[in-house]
Write a protein that binds this ligand. Structure first.
Ligand code: A3P
Length: 302
């Protein structure tokens, strides 16, 4: 569905006629809107979202750049916030419906950069959890993902790693520049630590219990001593582990209804450092150098 043609609204047509463009990875073109690169479909979706989305105080927004572990974060936060309702930590396919109808607690996922969030989000006390991942693994994961989606299209061919790398380092990737995306939320987490929590994929991998407990405190649902001793923290981590999620039948065979993406495209390796298997030493040096320059002056390291 994502690759199919669709009608543009007048507003979107008008807007894109003035936007800079670059070669896209999955669809034909990227358009630069509010300083970040988007597909046409995203631009068309973001406009009504900016005009009409009404954040509520109890909403939780999970924000990532694509391929930073969005799927993992969504599973963890859902399990965390609903642990008193489904405390046997098993998969329950009724849960999404229940969640949507319960607007007192709604968990949203978005890749939007901070500048493009609807005003109602900026002005509400709702909480934002930002998860980022080191740029090398993010890039390689994105390149794999884009090629997987292209293989579903007609005669789309494979994206060359070097062409994509060149664009990525220039900031041209979906919701990129990657560094600007990360920095926007990094600064916000310092300015407003009650509202924005900044997490790293690598730290979640390295010390999952510590990070999960931090997340629970931030979301106002800390684990009690009793829960800590009865295995609630480990239970959620196990439920949301790569091994468990990727082996669920729904994730092996299901599709996202809105986009038609197979769920299994969101599970590949789930490891830290896999980029070293794809990038040459020169590419690694280049990406490290760009990252150092962009993050200069910020205590932000990978
Ligand atoms: P790799 O391609 O490096 O394996 P997103 O959910 O933002 O699209 O990110 C996808 C990346 O997160 C993929 O990385 C995927 O394998 C990894 N991932 C998915 N589920 C995960 C989990 N439960 N734990 C750790 N990583 C996970």
């Amino acid at each position: 569905k994502y690759l199919q043609e669709f009608d543009l609204t007048l507003e979107c047509k008008h807007l894109i006629s003035s936007l800079p463009t670059e070669r896209g990875w999955i669809t034909d073109r990227f358009y630069r809107y509010q300083g970040f690169w988007h597909s046409l479909r995203q631009i068309q979706a973001v406009l009504p979202c900016q005009h009409h989305f009404q954040a509520q105080d109890t909403d939780i927004l999970l924000v990532t750049t694509p391929k930073s572990g969005t799927t993992w974060l969504k599973a963890i936060v859902f399990a965390l916030m609903n642990r008193f309702r489904y405390n046997d930590y098993t998969d329950d396919n009724k849960s999404t419906t229940t969640l949507c109808s319960q607007r007192t607690l709604t968990i949203f996922g978005t890749h939007l950069p901070l500048v493009s969030l609807p005003d109602s989000v900026k002005n509400s006390p709702c909480k934002l959890v930002y998860l980022c991942r080191n740029p090398k693994d993010t890039f390689v994961s994105l390149w794999h993902f884009s090629n997987k989606l292209r293989s579903k299209g007609k005669d789309m061919g494979t994206l060359s790693l070097t062409d994509c790398f060149d664009q990525f380092t220039r900031g041209v990737s979906v919701y990129g520049p990657y560094w600007d995306h990360v920095l926007g939320y990094w600064k916000a987490s310092f300015e407003n630590p009650e509202r924005v929590l900044f997490l790293k994929y690598e730290e979640m991998k390295q010390q999952p219990k510590v990070e999960l407990m931090k997340l629970a405190r931030f979301l106002g649902r800390p684990f009690s001593l009793e829960e800590e001793t009865n295995g609630a923290v480990d239970g959620i981590l196990k439920l949301c582990s790569f091994e468990n999620l990727s082996n669920l039948e729904v994730n092996k065979t299901g599709q996202i209804s809105a986009t038609g993406f197979d769920y299994n495209t969101f599970y590949r390796q789930g490891k830290v450092g896999d980029a070293e298997n794809y990038l040459s030493p020169q590419m690694i040096e280049k990406l490290d150098q760009v990252t150092e320059e962009k993050f200069q002056g910020y205590v932000l390291k990978f």
